[in-house]
Design a protein around this ligand. Structure first.
Ligand code: ATP
Length: 239
């Protein structure tokens, strides 16, 4: 555990009527305590998960297009307005880490290819562009990243099959237990959310609040769908 508290410096906000403060979860944010090596952000589309994740990445000095402090390429870097208003509390402070969103992973892989000097040894000996999206994503984690770091991941499941999501759970376990890493992950995946000992923060209500796995819509809807597929489809597809 490194990052243990995220606070919004409300006194510095000039206009709560402008993005990102128009997003209810951000508007009501005061402080979030992180007590687990793995934290999930969960909530409906548009509930503010990426906004907060990008804000944290920005405040950490990571590239908001994807990457760490030393990956300052300029492709699709998005401006995070929120970062300026966040205070991050560390114990101890780490500067090592990485922000990754599945949709800009391709650009990140291109950047790594441009700066590669060791014949892709850091990524299992093969250019990330010669691996599939999911393979290259796991390759990065397995080969390149190591301990005492904070990883911020936006919907990593987009790259991963259900089987590979299970592999990713194992990587999470190893990296937190053996490598002393911390993860904050925005996800819609009921598989990833099932990781034990994670704190799940819901962005759906008036405030960001902790929620149990079984209370998430992702778990409930997926379970109901799988248990009652025909009835469910009838309900939503027939008038
Ligand atoms: N640059 C921006 N300017 C204005 N509004 C924005 C901007 N970026 C995002 N928004 C709005 O802020 C809200 C929160 O967006 P955000 O991307 O944080 O949601 P999310 O919870 O990550 O959603 P998803 O699950 O779909 O990725 C949305 O209503 C979105 O349209």
């Amino acid at each position: 555990m490194f990052l243990n508290r995220i606070s919004l410096m409300k006194q510095d906000v000039e206009d709560f009527g402008e993005y990102p403060f128009t997003v209810p979860s951000i508007n009501s944010l005061e402080q979030l305590d992180l007590s687990n090596a793995v934290t999930f952000f969960v909530g409906e589309n548009g509930s503010g998960k990426s906004t907060l994740l990008e804000g944290i990445a920005d405040k950490c000095g990571f590239n908001t297009a994807g990457g760490g402090r030393n990956n300052m390429y300029r492709v699709h870097a998005s401006e995070s307005v929120l970062g300026d208003y966040l205070r991050l509390s560390w114990m101890p402070k780490v500067t090592n880490g990485f922000f990754m969103r599945a949709e800009s992973f391709y650009h990140f892989a291109t950047h790594l290819e441009d700066v590669d000097e060791d014949g892709f040894q850091s990524y299992g000996g093969r250019s990330l562009h010669k691996q599939s999206h999911g393979e290259s994503f796991l390759s990065l984690f397995l080969n390149r990243f190591n301990g005492r770091a904070l990883y911020l991941l936006d919907e990593p499941e987009a790259a991963l099959s259900p089987q590979r999501q299970l592999t990713f759970l194992r990587i999470l376990k190893d990296m937190t237990a053996e490598e002393d890493c911390q993860f904050i992950i925005a996800t819609h995946s009921p598989i990833l959310l099932g990781y034990p000992d994670a704190k799940i923060l819901s962005f759906d209500g008036d405030f960001i609040e902790e929620i149990d796995y079984e209370e998430t819509d992702h778990y409930r809807i997926t379970k109901y769908f799988l248990d009652h597929r025909e009835k469910f489809l009838k309900e939503i597809l027939e008038d």
